[in-house]
Ligand binder design. Structure first.
Ligand SMILES: CC(C)(COP(=O)(O)OP(=O)(O)OC[C@H]1O[C@@H](n2cnc3c(N)ncnc32)[C@H](O)[C@@H]1OP(=O)(O)O)[C@@H](O)C(=O)NCCC(=O)NCCS
Length: 164
Protein backbone atom coordinates (compact mmCIF):
# COMPACT_ATOMS: atom_id res chain seq x y z
CA UNK A 1 0.00 0.00 0.00
CA UNK A 2 1.16 3.57 -0.71
CA UNK A 3 2.51 5.58 2.21
CA UNK A 4 0.36 8.12 4.00
CA UNK A 5 1.20 11.76 3.30
CA UNK A 6 -0.29 14.82 4.96
CA UNK A 7 -1.00 18.13 3.23
CA UNK A 8 -3.27 21.17 3.70
CA UNK A 9 -6.91 20.84 2.65
CA UNK A 10 -7.71 22.10 -0.88
CA UNK A 11 -11.03 23.29 -2.27
CA UNK A 12 -11.63 20.09 -4.21
CA UNK A 13 -11.13 17.91 -1.09
CA UNK A 14 -14.35 19.00 0.61
CA UNK A 15 -16.62 16.12 -0.47
CA UNK A 16 -13.96 13.49 0.27
CA UNK A 17 -13.29 15.03 3.70
CA UNK A 18 -16.96 15.01 4.58
CA UNK A 19 -17.23 11.36 3.54
CA UNK A 20 -14.24 10.40 5.73
CA UNK A 21 -15.58 12.31 8.75
CA UNK A 22 -19.04 10.72 8.50
CA UNK A 23 -17.56 7.24 8.18
CA UNK A 24 -15.04 7.75 11.02
CA UNK A 25 -17.73 8.86 13.49
CA UNK A 26 -20.63 6.83 12.08
CA UNK A 27 -22.88 9.93 12.09
CA UNK A 28 -23.23 13.37 10.48
CA UNK A 29 -22.64 15.69 13.46
CA UNK A 30 -18.85 16.05 13.16
CA UNK A 31 -19.10 16.51 9.39
CA UNK A 32 -21.50 19.41 9.99
CA UNK A 33 -19.04 20.80 12.53
CA UNK A 34 -16.22 20.69 9.95
CA UNK A 35 -18.46 22.38 7.37
CA UNK A 36 -19.48 25.14 9.77
CA UNK A 37 -15.92 25.78 10.95
CA UNK A 38 -14.92 26.24 7.31
CA UNK A 39 -17.95 28.48 6.60
CA UNK A 40 -17.24 30.60 9.68
CA UNK A 41 -13.59 31.08 8.68
CA UNK A 42 -12.54 29.18 11.80
CA UNK A 43 -10.68 26.32 10.11
CA UNK A 44 -7.29 27.83 11.03
CA UNK A 45 -5.45 24.60 10.21
CA UNK A 46 -7.13 21.94 8.10
CA UNK A 47 -5.06 18.98 6.93
CA UNK A 48 -5.80 15.83 4.99
CA UNK A 49 -4.04 12.46 5.07
CA UNK A 50 -3.74 11.04 1.58
CA UNK A 51 -2.93 7.55 0.26
CA UNK A 52 -2.24 7.72 -3.46
CA UNK A 53 -4.82 10.33 -4.50
CA UNK A 54 -7.46 9.32 -1.97
CA UNK A 55 -8.23 11.37 1.14
CA UNK A 56 -8.31 8.90 4.04
CA UNK A 57 -8.06 11.22 7.04
CA UNK A 58 -8.63 14.78 8.17
CA UNK A 59 -8.00 17.10 11.10
CA UNK A 60 -9.10 20.66 11.75
CA UNK A 61 -7.92 23.11 14.41
CA UNK A 62 -9.91 26.23 15.24
CA UNK A 63 -9.14 29.34 17.32
CA UNK A 64 -10.43 29.26 20.87
CA UNK A 65 -11.47 32.07 23.14
CA UNK A 66 -8.67 31.82 25.72
CA UNK A 67 -6.21 33.95 27.74
CA UNK A 68 -3.58 33.31 25.04
CA UNK A 69 -3.48 32.29 21.36
CA UNK A 70 -4.90 28.76 21.53
CA UNK A 71 -6.33 26.30 19.04
CA UNK A 72 -8.81 23.50 19.62
CA UNK A 73 -8.04 20.25 17.79
CA UNK A 74 -11.30 18.62 16.67
CA UNK A 75 -12.46 16.62 15.00
CA UNK A 76 -9.72 14.15 14.01
CA UNK A 77 -10.97 11.50 11.59
CA UNK A 78 -9.48 8.49 9.83
CA UNK A 79 -11.56 6.30 7.49
CA UNK A 80 -12.32 3.01 9.28
CA UNK A 81 -10.43 0.83 6.78
CA UNK A 82 -7.29 2.96 7.27
CA UNK A 83 -7.30 3.16 11.06
CA UNK A 84 -4.45 1.93 13.27
CA UNK A 85 -1.89 2.44 10.50
CA UNK A 86 -0.48 5.71 11.76
CA UNK A 87 -2.59 8.19 9.76
CA UNK A 88 -4.11 9.75 12.89
CA UNK A 89 -0.65 10.22 14.39
CA UNK A 90 0.71 11.69 11.14
CA UNK A 91 -2.17 14.19 11.02
CA UNK A 92 -1.75 15.14 14.67
CA UNK A 93 2.02 15.60 14.39
CA UNK A 94 1.67 17.71 11.23
CA UNK A 95 -1.03 19.82 12.88
CA UNK A 96 1.20 20.44 15.91
CA UNK A 97 4.11 21.46 13.66
CA UNK A 98 1.89 23.82 11.67
CA UNK A 99 0.48 25.43 14.82
CA UNK A 100 3.96 25.92 16.24
CA UNK A 101 5.14 27.48 12.99
CA UNK A 102 2.24 29.95 13.13
CA UNK A 103 3.17 30.80 16.73
CA UNK A 104 0.04 29.58 18.45
CA UNK A 105 0.80 29.17 22.16
CA UNK A 106 -1.12 25.95 22.79
CA UNK A 107 -3.50 23.32 21.46
CA UNK A 108 -6.42 22.04 23.52
CA UNK A 109 -8.07 18.72 22.79
CA UNK A 110 -10.95 16.75 24.21
CA UNK A 111 -10.18 13.09 23.69
CA UNK A 112 -8.86 9.82 24.98
CA UNK A 113 -5.73 10.52 27.09
CA UNK A 114 -4.29 7.13 26.05
CA UNK A 115 -4.24 8.35 22.47
CA UNK A 116 -3.19 12.00 22.90
CA UNK A 117 -0.57 11.67 25.64
CA UNK A 118 1.91 10.30 23.08
CA UNK A 119 1.94 13.71 21.38
CA UNK A 120 2.62 15.55 24.66
CA UNK A 121 -0.95 16.59 25.53
CA UNK A 122 -1.45 16.86 29.31
CA UNK A 123 -4.64 16.77 31.34
CA UNK A 124 -2.89 18.14 34.45
CA UNK A 125 -1.97 21.37 32.66
CA UNK A 126 -5.57 21.83 31.49
CA UNK A 127 -6.92 21.49 35.04
CA UNK A 128 -6.81 25.19 35.89
CA UNK A 129 -8.95 26.32 32.97
CA UNK A 130 -12.70 26.59 33.24
CA UNK A 131 -14.54 25.08 30.31
CA UNK A 132 -17.70 23.07 29.69
CA UNK A 133 -15.29 20.30 28.65
CA UNK A 134 -13.16 20.31 31.83
CA UNK A 135 -12.25 16.86 33.11
CA UNK A 136 -9.84 14.00 32.60
CA UNK A 137 -10.38 14.02 28.83
CA UNK A 138 -9.60 17.72 28.43
CA UNK A 139 -5.90 18.21 27.64
CA UNK A 140 -3.51 20.88 26.49
CA UNK A 141 -0.21 20.86 24.63
CA UNK A 142 2.02 23.92 25.21
CA UNK A 143 3.75 24.71 21.92
CA UNK A 144 6.65 26.63 23.42
CA UNK A 145 8.40 26.43 26.81
CA UNK A 146 5.30 26.78 28.91
CA UNK A 147 1.75 28.08 28.85
CA UNK A 148 1.48 31.89 29.10
CA UNK A 149 -1.24 31.39 31.76
CA UNK A 150 -2.43 28.42 33.80
CA UNK A 151 -5.99 29.57 34.51
CA UNK A 152 -8.83 31.31 32.72
CA UNK A 153 -11.93 30.70 30.69
CA UNK A 154 -11.60 28.54 27.56
CA UNK A 155 -14.25 28.29 24.88
CA UNK A 156 -14.32 26.52 21.55
CA UNK A 157 -15.29 28.33 18.33
CA UNK A 158 -19.06 29.05 17.96
CA UNK A 159 -19.51 26.07 15.58
CA UNK A 160 -19.11 23.74 18.57
CA UNK A 161 -22.30 25.10 20.15
CA UNK A 162 -24.24 23.15 17.51
CA UNK A 163 -22.61 19.84 18.48
CA UNK A 164 -24.75 17.60 20.66
C1 LIG B 1 -8.97 8.19 16.76
C2 LIG B 1 -8.48 8.03 15.32
C3 LIG B 1 -8.42 9.38 14.64
C4 LIG B 1 -7.07 7.42 15.38
O1 LIG B 1 -6.55 7.36 14.07
P1 LIG B 1 -5.64 6.12 13.64
O2 LIG B 1 -5.07 6.45 12.31
O3 LIG B 1 -6.44 4.87 13.79
O4 LIG B 1 -4.55 6.17 14.78
P2 LIG B 1 -3.03 5.77 14.65
O5 LIG B 1 -2.87 4.65 13.70
O6 LIG B 1 -2.22 6.98 14.45
O7 LIG B 1 -2.74 5.31 16.13
C5 LIG B 1 -3.11 4.06 16.48
C6 LIG B 1 -2.91 3.91 17.95
O8 LIG B 1 -3.92 4.66 18.61
C7 LIG B 1 -4.74 3.76 19.33
N1 LIG B 1 -6.09 4.28 19.18
C8 LIG B 1 -6.77 4.43 18.04
N2 LIG B 1 -7.99 4.96 18.32
C9 LIG B 1 -8.04 5.14 19.66
C10 LIG B 1 -9.01 5.64 20.54
N3 LIG B 1 -10.22 6.07 20.13
N4 LIG B 1 -8.72 5.70 21.84
C11 LIG B 1 -7.52 5.28 22.29
N5 LIG B 1 -6.57 4.78 21.51
C12 LIG B 1 -6.82 4.72 20.20
C13 LIG B 1 -4.52 2.44 18.74
O9 LIG B 1 -4.80 1.39 19.62
C14 LIG B 1 -3.04 2.51 18.41
O10 LIG B 1 -2.29 2.37 19.59
P3 LIG B 1 -0.78 1.83 19.55
O11 LIG B 1 -0.01 2.79 18.69
O12 LIG B 1 -0.36 1.86 20.98
O13 LIG B 1 -0.88 0.49 18.93
C15 LIG B 1 -9.37 7.08 14.49
O14 LIG B 1 -9.45 5.84 15.15
C16 LIG B 1 -10.78 7.63 14.26
O15 LIG B 1 -11.03 8.33 13.26
N6 LIG B 1 -11.72 7.27 15.17
C17 LIG B 1 -13.11 7.70 15.05
C18 LIG B 1 -13.26 9.19 15.30
C19 LIG B 1 -12.69 9.62 16.64
O16 LIG B 1 -12.98 9.05 17.68
N7 LIG B 1 -11.84 10.68 16.59
C20 LIG B 1 -11.13 11.18 17.76
C21 LIG B 1 -11.92 12.12 18.59
S1 LIG B 1 -11.98 13.79 17.91
Amino acid sequence: MDAVTVRPERGDDVDAIHDVVVRAFGRDDEMRLVARLRRDGDAAISLVAVVGRAVIGHVVLSPMSAPFRALGLAPLSVAPEHQKLGAGAALTRAAIASARQSEWAAIFVLGDPVYYVRFGFRADLANGFSSPYAGAHFMVLPLFDRLPAMTGRIDYAPAFNDLA
